[in-house]
Ligand binder design. Structure first.
Ligand code: ADP
Ligand code: MG
Ligand code: MG
Length: 886
């Protein structure tokens, strides 16, 4: 027997998303909960993958569809496309992860020139309804299955309305729609070269294949890349008996949430459209009414819907969103899923469900993410300056965005590429606007509510969005608001929390959550439910995590802030900035020194400056470890450029002037010039080549520690040697450093650890030897990634990463998220061999990856002791370290 490709709704459940897709699995779950779901069946993602690989329907699929269709026909008492009494079905995409509006669905499959009369009879001789359904089929089928341009159909509808002198689709009568069907058939034939297929079963097969193929539509590919959804999963296809919301005033269709997806508040949220079919709501084609209005229109269905929503919340223990249709007073459930939500709602809903006893704190922690916390740390508008209000819409996705307006996705992409901040202003968005939405700072629409395409997609991306600002009249390349004209380039500010839109650029202020982390809000007195939720979940993460979180900081101010954000030390204190600014001259003197005496003078002048820096940082981190990295970057970064100098010297000569000092400098710079400075004289190599340089830094650290110890404080410096590849390098530096530390600190009772970065692949591969001379390792995963892949991290991203992403060689840049298989393997080898050679060896990571959620999980698994990241990412790393541990 061949593989099972088709499942009846009664045979699946919500945990089979990989096989049945999210929509199919949840339709099955609702069916089995006894909820009113129209009968149907699901074709698996496996069938889709096979079809995409082989370009034909896999063997056995047709027979299985035959059998399930026959069963459906007998349940419904109707045959697909039967001229006298047709069964119609929808053919719906549904992938594992929800990809709102990215793929295709065809409704009303089974209608043709004959069955249209049968459908009318079924509906009590409702010809208008039957012809409207038929024209919808030709339109959706044409667009989806045969790539007929959608505008041609839309233009034809527009022309029909104009000819009749009406503006609303509802004013087209049966005769108008019947001739529209004729027009649509001509459009179809013109673009495809053949007639609209009349055989219902052929329609079904073609629609199924089109849904399979829609997995690889451009916008679906783009969306997956943006949301980091793997490219090889495929979609399931759901074949569902049609129910009709377009049968008159007692019918309709809508969407609903069990809680507010923007704030998490409980209540009745949703949109309803009477006398309409599915797509009309999401597309924002007509203005919907609030769901509460349904209570007035159809109390029985409304009550039933609320009861079902309560059942679903209880069952899924989470916010659910829902699609439903009412056919002549009978409610049908067409979809549900655990709903997308804003970052703020994710935290408040999780905390509320804990309070309601529905989930425990571990589960609450699983339901939030570092990426969401990062969003809550975005700034908000500071309204103290009374900005000029422009208009107001629905706050659909929170955040504060400022930018110049653009009216097409294409312009948004072009201007963003020039580095401009733009706000995409549209009547409504559709999936073709995706690239523009990604490029824009924020999105503003004049139509649609919280469930419109713009709102759903923006929330998913964490992008600021205001929608349904209906005072805005949006045209092709301008818009007007209350008579005020805005053209491309005019600046506005949009607030995705309140829905307010301001003219000009409004200043922004820190978020409540940041103020809480800063210690400016006392958690005991917090009334803001969001801050209370963050406090509760963060505290739980802290109690669960095994990884410590340190920060990367080179100044006292950064160190202090990071400590307020919960940093448990400094994992990387870079010393190079201590050589810049007005100290540059001293560094030049050091490098140009002709004699030992000159060099020692320059070093002696640098010593007190460095010491003062370290005193400040160690004081802010009193009692916590501070890892100071000895000077790392190539020396040329501190010197004038070779080209500039050469020109200056040549010009001076030409004029018969004495180039003086510049001449000496030019000689030195030329001597040190390297083709590949990143692979050249830097890190430990500098320390080995320039006598006294590392010694001066070590002395500054030791003296700072001794000073603080003498004041009764508890400094805990750790000296870190960069770019080591062989234990001999480290031994040489270590011998000198130990001597200086002993001499300066004596018996002051300060322990100074000496360790190394592991950032050259050879260091990782000889970690056992290196550990003999190191009390700690800190993985410098930026350099380690650069050297493991052979990618220059300063150049690659623009030059060819796009191709690697396109080819799926990696799903995300290995500089952003750790490459587990390659670079991660080096980390694991070094951790294992290092600890084998020296039990108790401290292990940390100080590359950018320390603040990346995915990477934090990896470092937890690899058994490191801590991660270190920039101050603002400290809370994110704490949260993710907690999530990794449960
Ligand atoms: P999407 O994933 O883009 O929401 P859906 O497959 O859910 O696409 O279908 C698009 C629209 O058609 C939705 O509004 C849905 O409720 C409606 N719809 C789908 N199947 C049926 C059906 N059998 N009867 C009535 N409406 C349907
Ligand atoms: Mg849907
Ligand atoms: Mg490095």
């Amino acid at each position: 027997m061949s593989e099972t490709f088709v499942y009846d709704f009664a045979d699946g459940n919500k945990d089979q998303k990989e096989l049945l897709g999210g929509k199919g699995a949840n339709l099955a779950e609702m069916t089995n909960l006894g909820l009113p779901v129209p009968p149907g069946f699901t074709i698996t993602t496996v069938a889709c993958r096979r079809y995409l690989a082989e370009s034909v329907r896999p063997a056995g699929l047709d027979e299985q569809i035959d059998a399930h269709l026959a069963a459906l026909e007998s349940t419904m008492g109707r045959k697909l496309g039967d001229p006298a009494d047709p069964l119609l079905v929808s053919v719906r995409s549904g992938a594992v992860a929800s990809m709102p509006g990215m793929m295709e669905t065809v409704l009303n499959v089974g209608l043709n020139d004959n069955s249209v009369a049968g459908l009318s009879a079924q509906a009590g001789d409702n010809d208008r309804f039957a012809w409207d359904s038929y024209r919808r089929l030709i339109q959706m089928f044409g667009k989806t299955v045969c790539d007929v341009p959608g505008e041609d159909f839309e233009d034809a509808i527009h022309d029909a309305k104009t000819a009749k002198g009406v503006t609303d689709d509802l004013h087209l009568d049966a005769g108008d729609l019947r001739s529209l069907v004729e027009t649509f058939k001509k459009i179809f034939a013109k673009h495809t070269g053949h007639d609209f297929p009349q055989d219902p079963r052929a329609q079904l097969d073609l629609a199924i294949e089109a849904v399979f193929r829609s997995w690889n539509a451009d916008r679906a590919v783009l969306y997956r890349r943006q949301e980091r959804i793997p490219a090889n999963l495929g979609t399931a296809v759901n074949v569902v008996a049609m129910v009709f919301g377009n049968l008159g005033a007692d019918s309709g269709t809508g969407v609903a949430f069990t809680r507010d997806p923007a704030t998490g508040e409980r209540g009745v949220y949703g949109d309803y459209l009477a006398n309409a079919q599915g797509e009309d709501v999401v597309a924002g084609i007509r203005n919907t009414v609030g769901l509460a209005e349904l209570e007035r229109l159809d109390k029985k269905s409304f009550d039933e819907l609320l009861a079902i929503m309560a059942t679903l919340e209880e069952h899924y223990r989470d916010l659910c969103d829902i699609e439903f249709t009412i056919e002549r007073g009978k409610l049908w459930m067409l979809q549900t899923r655990v709903g997308k939500r804003t970052a703020a709602a994710a935290f408040t809903i999780a905390a509320e469900l804990v309070a309601e006893g529905m989930i425990d704190l571990d589960e609450a922690l699983r339901r939030v993410s570092g990426a969401q916390l990062a969003q809550l740390m975005f700034p908000r508008f500071d309204l103290a300056g009374d900005p000029t209000p422009l208009t107001r819409g629905v706050g659909a996705s929170p955040g504060a965005a400022v930018g110049s307006v653009v009216f097409t996705a294409r312009r948004a992409v072009e201007l963003a590429a020039e580095g401009k901040q733009v706000i995409l202003v549209r009547r409504e968005t559709n999936p073709d606007d995706l690239a523009g939405m990604i490029a824009a700072q924020g999105i503003l629409t004049s139509r649609g509510g919280k469930t419109s395409h713009a709102a759903v997609v923006a929330r998913g991306m964490g992008k600021t969005c205001v929608c349904g600002a209906d005072q805005i009249d949006v045209r092709k390349d301008s818009c007007t608001v209350d008579g005020r004209l805005l053209r491309e380039g005019d600046v506005i500010s949009i607030d995705g929390t309140t829905g307010r839109v301001y003219l000009g650029s409004v200043p922004v202020q820190p978020s409540e959550v940041v103020q809480y982390f800063e210690g400016k809000l006392d958690p005991g007195q917090v009334h803001d439910p969001l801050v209370a939720a963050v406090h509760q979940i963060m505290s739980h993460a802290d109690s669960k995590r095994r990884l410590l979180v340190r920060t990367n900081a080179d100044t006292g101010t950064d160190a202090a802030r990071a400590r307020r954000f919960g940093a448990e030390g400094i994992g990387l204190c870079r010393t190079e900035h201590m050589f810049l600014g007005d100290r540059r001259e001293l560094v030049e003197r050091l490098i140009l020194a002709a004699t030992d005496g000159d060099r020692n003078d320059a070093l002696a002048a640098l010593l007190p400056l460095q010491r003062a820096d370290f005193v400040e940082i160690l004081r802010e981190m009193d009692g916590l470890p501070v890892t100071v990295r000895l000077i790392d970057p190539p020396l040329h970064e501190f010197l004038p450029s070779l080209e500039d100098l050469a020109v200056q010297v040549a010009v001076a000569r030409e004029r018969g002037e004495d180039p003086g000092n510049q001449e000496t400098m030019l000689v030195a710079v030329r001597r040190m010039h390297e083709q590949n400075p990143m692979l050249g004289l830097r890190g430990v190599r500098l320390g080995l080549v320039i006598p006294g340089l590392f010694a001066m830094q070590v002395r500054a650290i030791a003296e700072a520690a001794a000073t603080l110890a003498a004041q009764g404080r508890n400094p805990r410096p750790e000296i870190m040697v960069p770019l080591v590849g062989a234990v001999q390098e480290l031994e040489t530096v270590r011998a000198e450093a130990e001597k200086i530390v002993a001499e300066v600190i004596g018996d002051a009772g300060v322990a100074v650890l000496i360790g190394t970065m592991i950032e050259v692949p050879r260091a990782a591969l000889t970690a056992g030897q290196i550990a003999e001379a190191a009390e700690f390792f800190s993985f410098g995963t930026n350099d380690l990634t650069q050297m493991a892949w052979g990618f220059s991290r300063d150049d690659v991203e623009g030059a060819f990463f796009w191709k690697y992403l396109e080819l799926g060689i990696f799903g995300i840049s290995p500089f952003e998220s750790i490459d587990r298989d390659g670079v991660g393997r080096l980390v694991k080898i070094a951790a294992e061999e290092g600890r084998a050679a020296r039990p108790g060896l401290k292990l940390g990571v100080c590359g950018e990856h320390g603040g990346d959620p995915e990477s934090v999980h990896f470092f937890h698994e690899a058994g490191l002791d801590y991660v270190s990241c920039s101050p603002f990412r400290v809370p994110i790393a704490r949260l993710e370290a907690g999530r990794a541990a449960i």
